[in-house]
Ligand binder design. Structure first.
Ligand SMILES: Nc1ncnc2c1ncn2[C@@H]1O[C@H](COP(=O)(O)OP(=O)(O)OP(=O)(O)O)[C@@H](O)[C@H]1O
Ligand SMILES: [Mg+2]
Length: 702
């Protein structure tokens, strides 16, 4: 692999630079911090992405670049005669990364991760190996000589990536621990916590117990089924008896129905005949009473005429009475009139008498004289005539009064008679009403007789044997009881069968349950066996892991012991070239002490000059690079030496560079990064990196 060109945009200190890389020893010059190392970091970043950067991704883009600006690196290289170009960039607000790789102009990978993967596969090394093999730093060179032997060994082991074996061993140990604890846990799960016995054994015992139970259940089911069969047969027999009994009972019931019907008709006829008899008797009695009442009624014959006669008589008496009363009144008036006249005459007479005969006539005013006597006489005559008249009239009045008394008596008698006759009349009417009532009753009863006779005629004549009915009823009762007994027996048997069925069902359920339990236990045994197998597997794995650990340990020892002579061989060859044959053997002893041979004898590196020691260290570092490059399988024809000049003076620096020029058949490109300006004169190509006013850096090929 050789680098052809590099282009950076907004990568760390660089706004934008582009450069081609020639072959040979190329010096990269510039003051501290101008961005020399950045150039090669950019190459690694383009190839491997963020893992190859020394900072997090967000610090890669040039500080001061606008957010809209992208950070971009494009690197061109030749590998196995093909020309590759890898471009990686971060763009947009979120600095989304993208990458693309082309081979001879054709896209071979697209996308940030795809590109990384492609590069890794192509070069046969990851970012870390890439750095170790192609990027040698001053610090490492110093460390190689300064570090105590043990740590030197560790450093080399780390550089070669052999420390991964330690990681592997660590992983194996943790796997061993895990396997052990898994075995312990699994073993615990095989045992019953309470008894400490094997669970499998307990499960087997339980299965045996359950099998015993199954046997018992099967026996019980069998005997229940037999019982059920017997009961079913019995049930059938009871069923036909029950049907027979039912038929008998139904027959006797219909016979009874007939008998009862006859009984009813018979009794009804009897009842009707009795009723007829009673009604006829009642008619007879009523007719007798009617006869009596008829005789009674004849007594009231002529009452009306008699009453009329009496009423006429009363009328007659009444008119006579009113006549007499009138006469009496008239006569009494006459007497009153006479009395009044008499009083008048007497008072006149008394006055005249009191006046005497000398008195003047009150009427004619003449002296009475002679008139006096005449007057008196006249008055006396008048009085006697009146008296006489009065007596006659009084006699009449007396007669009238007697007549009236007589008439009153007669009337009283007549009124009494009238009352009597009226009472008789009422009685007659009452009698008539009674007779009518009796006649109505007789008629009604006769109609009743007629209808009952009709009913009786319409009824059939039946013969009825009461004792036969009673006997049949008794028989029916017996039949009924027998039928009921059979029904009960039938139901009982049915219930028994039902109970047996339930029992069978329940036992079959139990059976299923127990079988299920056995299956469950068998499954548990299987699980236990599975666990046993797992333990076995884990034990095997543990044995494998133990073996693997041993293998890896000895592998590490072996590899480390092999590396030493290999590094020695690579480094010796380089040393021979670099010292132009003066020294040709460089060795790492078992303790990783650096030994250099002079005239066939090994010396500790301290015995040699500072410059020679630097060379020896450089050879070991380059040897490591070569080994890694060889291991990757491809040709890596470039190496970057970053600030490898420590304390060397100009002379020694020149010697190193001229020595490196001698390696041109091994490395087509050797990049020497240094801030020491005078190195420039010893190199054929120089790239200067410098800062401009705005703080960004530029490069210039010289
Ligand atoms: N994102 C960035 N933007 C701008 N400058 C940055 C950014 N990241 C790092 N730098 C600067 O880049 C410089 C580091 O560059 P680099 O390490 O390449 O220098 P150098 O030339 O190798 O120096 P030395 O000779 O000391 O090794 C530092 O000054 C650092 O502050
Ligand atoms: Mg640097």
């Amino acid at each position: 692999m050789i680098l052809k060109s590099l282009s950076l945009t907004n990568f760390r200190k660089f706004r934008h630079i582009e450069t081609d890389f020639p072959d040979g020893v190329i010096g990269v010059f510039g003051l501290n911090g101008v961005g020399k190392s950045t150039l090669f970091e950019a190459v690694a970043w383009a190839l491997y992405g963020p893992v190859a950067a020394r900072t997090s991704s967000d610090e890669i883009k040039r500080a001061g670049a606008a957010p809209s600006e992208r950070c971009r690196v494009a690197v061109e290289f030749v590998f196995s005669d093909n020309c590759y170009r890898v471009i990686r960039e971060m763009a947009g607000k979120n600095q989304t990364s993208s990458a693309v790789a082309t081979m001879n102009g054709k896209i071979v990978a697209n996308g940030a991760e795809a590109t990384t993967k492609f590069v890794q596969k192509l070069l046969g090394m990851d970012a870390k190996s890439f750095f170790t093999s192609l990027f040698a730093k001053q610090k490492e060179l110093n460390a190689l000589s300064v570090l105590p032997a043990g740590e030197r060994k560790q450093l080399i082991v780390r550089m070669l990536g052999i420390d991964v074996i330690d990681d592997i061993i660590k992983d194996i140990r943790s796997d061993i621990r895990a396997a052990k604890s898994s075995i312990d846990q699994l073993a615990v799960s095989l045992q019953d916590k309470d008894t400490g016995r094997s669970k499998k054994e307990i499960y087997r015992e339980k299965i045996e117990e359950r099998k015993e139970k199954i046997k018992k259940l099967l026996n019980a089911i069998d005997s229940s089924k037999k019982k059920r069969e017997i009961l079913e047969k019995e049930l059938n027999a009871v069923l036909s008896s029950k049907r027979r009994a039912q038929r008998d009972y139904e027959n006797i019931q219909s016979e009874l129905k007939d008998l009862r019907l006859k009984k009813e008709i018979f009794e009804k006829r009897k009842r009707l005949e009795e009723e007829l008899r009673k009604i006829r008797e009642s008619i007879r009695q009523r007719e007798e009473e009617l006869k009596k009442k008829g005789t009674e009624r004849s007594r009231y014959k002529g009452i009306d005429e008699q009453l009329k006669d009496v009423e006429n008589k009363i009328k007659d008496v009444d008119s006579k009475l009113s006549e007499v009363i009138k006469k009496i009144q008239k006569t009494e008036t006459q007497i009153e009139n006479i009395d009044r006249e008499m009083k008048k005459v007497e008072s006149k007479k008394n006055r005249i008498e009191s006046l005497g005969p000398s008195a003047k006539c009150p009427t004619c005013e003449r002296t009475l004289g002679e008139h006096y006597q005449r007057l008196i006489e006249k008055f006396e005559k008048e009085i006697s005539e009146n008296t006489e008249n009065r007596m006659k009239i009084e006699q009449n009045l007396e007669n009238y009064r007697e007549k009236k008394i007589e008439l009153d008596k007669l009337k009283d008698a007549l009124l009494k008679r009238e009352n009597y006759l009226r009472d008789m009349k009422i009685k007659e009417r009452e009698l008539n009403i009674a007779i009518e009532g009796i006649e109505r009753e007789i008629n009604r009863e006769k109609q009743e007789v007629e209808s009952k006779e009709k009913e009786l005629h319409s009824m059939e004549k039946v013969t009825f044997d009461r004792s036969y009915l009673e006997e049949t009823e008794k028989r029916a009762k017996l039949y009924y009881e027998r039928y009921n007994r059979l029904v009960e027996e039938f139901n009982r048997k049915q219930e028994e069968i039902h109970a047996l069925r339930e029992e069978i069902k329940e036992r079959e359920g139990d059976l299923k349950l127990v079988k299920e339990q056995i299956r469950e236990l068998e499954k548990r045994i299987q699980d236990q066996e599975e666990t046993e197998r797992k333990i076995e597997g884990e034990r095997e794995r543990l044995a494998d892991l133990n073996l693997l650990e041993d293998v890896m340990k000895s592998f590490k020892i072996d590899i480390i012991s092999r590396i030493r002579p290999t590094i020695s061989t690579y480094a010796s060859k380089l040393l021979e070239i670099l010292t132009d044959g003066k020294y040709s053997v460089l060795e790492l002893d078992e303790n990783y002490e650096i030994l250099m041979y002079d005239n066939g004898r090994a010396y500790n590196i301290n015995r040699f000059s500072g410059g020679e020691e630097d060379l020896a260290n450089l050879c070991i570092r380059l040897a490591i690079s070569e080994m890694l490059a060889d291991r990757a399988g491809g040709e890596f024809n470039f190496i970057i030496l970053d600030e490898i000049f420590g304390s060397q003076d100009a002379n020694r620096r020149r010697n190193i560079i001229s020595a490196l020029n001698l390696l041109s058949n091994r490395f087509r490109q050797i990049f020497i990064i240094t801030h020491i300006e005078d190195v420039k004169q010893f190199v054929n190509n120089a790239i200067s990196v410098y800062e401009i006013e705005d703080g960004t850096s530029k490069i210039k090929m010289e």
